[in-house]
Write a protein that binds this ligand. Structure first.
Ligand code: MEV
Length: 306
């Protein structure tokens, strides 16, 4: 049998991370500069070949428990005991708020369903990938899997709204990686503990809701300046929720000092990536150079007009 190939891209949350867990809106977009590629080939024993682990599927370590469980459930549903070698290659840095775990699950689910001769829709893939994400992240809102499986920008409210929302703006978005592994599961858990302990933190969640809606209005009005202000304001609220880090704050401040219209952390935080917005390519390129000289491990530039 031929090798089956599938891929999935990363994602970037423009606004609404963490508050999205509490049913507030978020806006996110696919991040096509990075991707996961998987290959599946029939074999006598089921094996995984990845950067993190090479060996028998049954012996895959905790890091891959989510994927193991998703695979087990797919084979159970389709009553198959076929064996395979699964090769995973990634250019999405792991645990950096770029949706690498969602993308791995989506790419594997796509490849496995094809391997089993099952036709599928994006929603089926999202359902399978969420099995893995629940194990990896505990209480995911589902935004990562939704954006990654649909490959389009979304305005998203947990279990309610999954609306294609075009982000068409004359502006440049810089994505900068601190190089530090984020800790989404812990960050989501800690925010939950803060909110339970002190209801004042719910004000930050409510503010993030208002900011996500303002970001939507700014994008619809083509107002990059407004969107930038909203992003920086969102970052301040995420700082109060304790999910930023010194490295993220440094990159935010450096971006703002180098002509950004606004800047914020993106994704789970406590490491991972920062995004900043510019009204010209020249400013964005200059800021990129500064960030790379001062701590960013990698930077990508996206033009938001399409
Ligand atoms: C992670 O990419 C985004 C968070 O809001 C968690 C979630 O939505 O599941 C931090």
């Amino acid at each position: 049998m031929d090798t089956i190939k599938a891929k999935a891209y990363g994602k970037i949350i423009l606004i609404g991370e963490h508050s999205v867990v509490y049913g507030k809106p978020a806006i996110a977009l696919p991040f096509k500069a990075t991707q996961i590629d998987v290959e599946i080939k029939e074999s006598k024993v089921s094996l995984i070949d990845s950067k993190f682990f090479k060996g028998k599927l049954d012996e895959a370590p905790e890091l891959l428990y989510g994927i193991r469980e998703m695979i087990r459930r797919i084979f159970e549903k389709y009553k198959s005991d076929r064996k395979f070698v699964l090769t995973i290659k990634s250019t999405i840095p792991g645990e950096r708020g770029m949706g690498s775990s969602a993308a791995v699950s989506v790419a594997i689910a796509r490849a496995l369903l094809e391997f089993l001769g099952v036709s599928y829709k994006n929603e089926d893939i999202a359902q399978w990938a969420n099995i893995s994400e629940k194990i990896v992240h505990g209480n995911p809102s589902g935004i990562d899997v939704s954006v990654v499986s649909n490959e389009m920008s979304l305005y998203f409210i947990r279990n309610k709204v999954k609306e294609h929302f075009p982000i068409n703006l004359k502006a440049y978005l810089l994505v900068a990686d601190t190089g530090i592994m984020g800790k989404t599961k812990e960050a989501v858990r800690d925010v939950r503990n803060l909110v339970i302990k002190d209801r004042a933190y719910l004000d930050n969640i409510d503010t993030l809701e208002r900011l996500a809606n303002r970001a939507r209005q700014a994008i619809e009005a083509g107002d990059a300046v407004k969107l930038g202000q909203v992003m920086t304001h969102a970052h301040q609220n995420l700082q109060k929720l304790t999910v930023s880090s010194k490295e993220l704050d440094d990159l935010v401040n450096l971006s703002l000092a180098n002509g950004a219209l606004g800047a914020k952390m993106t994704g789970g935080g406590r490491g991972g990536c920062m995004i900043s917005l510019y009204d010209s390519q020249n400013k964005a390129e200059k800021a990129k150079e500064e960030l790379l000289k001062n701590g960013a491990k990698d930077c990508w530039l996206l033009y938001l007009e399409n």
